[in-house]
Ligand binder design. Structure first.
Ligand code: IPM
Ligand code: MN
Length: 370
């Protein structure tokens, strides 16, 4: 198979985790005989620095012509410290989501038994956690009219959704539930928001087309609590843009770190893959960022290309690495490995399978292969 991929490493730790993800992509290409051609582009603070704008035209063009897009991370404290800055790295991300019409963002969440003892939560709550968040990605507060009055003491962000956007992601979520455990939880705030009213009505209508799926309606505040109290009860969570953003970071605590979670953003024509974590500029360049979210984003990309065996091989390699205690500092501060070691282990596993590893040698900081 031949595929063209636009790669946008972005800011902070983005480039170093993307580098490891690309090595995994190359390993998959080599093992399964595929050609992945990467075209590197700018976005975010890196693009502002070079071109003055967060999303150059050339980047948009490249993404539109690619089979998939791989992103690193975006954002820089320089802009965060100026709350009314006119140009921001994240604008690039929002604009790209709109340009590519990526209506839905999917974030799978699973827990790893080998990491249970490192979690702030009790083990009994972590067992059997396996759900996926379907987040609307092109509507809501982020995208609509913004206003700050002249004196700067009054602001607003319009929250607007179109029924078609709600429907698009809802259908995907119903279809996923059909293939999973037949349970869909709509998270909204219907007692306070008109936008939730339309969403609930739309989902109720659609439910008739998926009679085997049990639909549960949960208020956002309650959902935030249930996600910690009883996360294993969830199968497919469907929610709006901002709620999905918040819930997915909360969900990452269950797995061990935001650095472990991958996402895919999809629309009718385009698909984009990205770890969910932020750019953590302070950690950039120290070789300590967690590359697993970026690497698992490649697995989601393989699934999108219908290369399921390849996707499973990446997940198998990640599982092997985590279950043998090879994790970065965000997961285990006392016993951690570098970004590059974790990435190399996963790539080597894909190329050669596990029998070539000598676990004791790796733990001693020696060669990764016998
Ligand atoms: C995410 C990120 C972005 C978002 C930020 C960087 C704007 O947090 O993809 O989850 O809020 O959508
Ligand atoms: Mn987020």
């Amino acid at each position: 198979m031949k595929k063209n991929i636009t790669v946008i490493p972005g800011d902070g730790i983005g480039p170093e985790v993307t580098y490891q993800a690309i090595n995994v992509l190359k390993a998959i290409g080599k093992r399964y005989n595929h050609q992945f051609k990467c075209n590197y582009q700018l976005m975010g603070a890196a693009a502002i620095h070079k071109t003055g704008i967060p999303l150059p035209e050339e980047t948009i063009e490249s993404c539109l012509q690619s089979d998939a897009v791989l992103l690193g991370a975006f954002g820089h404290p320089k802009f965060d410290n100026d709350p009314f800055a006119n140009v921001r790295p994240e604008q690039g991300l929002f604009q790209l989501r709109k340009h590519l019409q990526l209506f839905a963002n999917l974030r799978p969440v699973i827990t790893y038994e080998s990491l249970f003892h490192l979690s702030p939560l009790k083990e009994k709550r972590l067992k059997g956690v396996d759900f996926i968040i379907y987040r609307e990605l092109t509507g809501g507060n982020y995208f609509e009219e913004k206003h700050v009055n002249d004196v700067g003491d009054e602001t607003s962000n319009l929250c607007k959704f179109h029924k078609s956007e709600i429907e698009y992601v809802a259908r995907l979520a119903f279809e996923a539930a059909q293939k999973r455990r037949l349970h869909l939880t709509l998270v909204d705030k219907v007692n306070g928001l008109e936008t939730s009213g339309l969403r609930r009505k739309t989902v109720r209508e659609l439910a008739a087309d998926y009679p085997t799926v049990i639909v549960e309606y949960l208020s956002m505040d309650n959902a935030a609590m249930q996600l910690i109290l009883d996360p294993a009860r969830f199968d497919v969570i469907l929610t709006e843009n901002l709620f999905g953003d918040i819930l997915s970071d909360e969900a990452s605590v269950l797995t061990g770190s935001p650095g472990l979670l991958a996402s895919s953003s999809i629309g009718e024509e385009n698909a984009l893959f990205q770890p969910i974590h932020a750019s953590h500029v302070q950690a950039a360049g120290f070789n300590l960022a967690n590359p697993v979210g970026a690497i698992l984003s490649i697995a989601l990309m393989m699934d999108h290309f219908l290369l399921h065996e390849e996707a499973d091989k990446i997940r198998e390699a990640v599982n092997w690495t985590l279950s043998n205690g090879f994790v970065t500092k965000d997961i285990d501060a006392m016993n951690s490995y570098c970004t590059s070691t974790i990435g190399e282990l996963i790539s080597e596993y894909i190329l050669n399978d596990v029998q070539f590893f000598n676990v004791n040698n790796i733990a001693a900081g020696q060669m990764t292969i016998i």
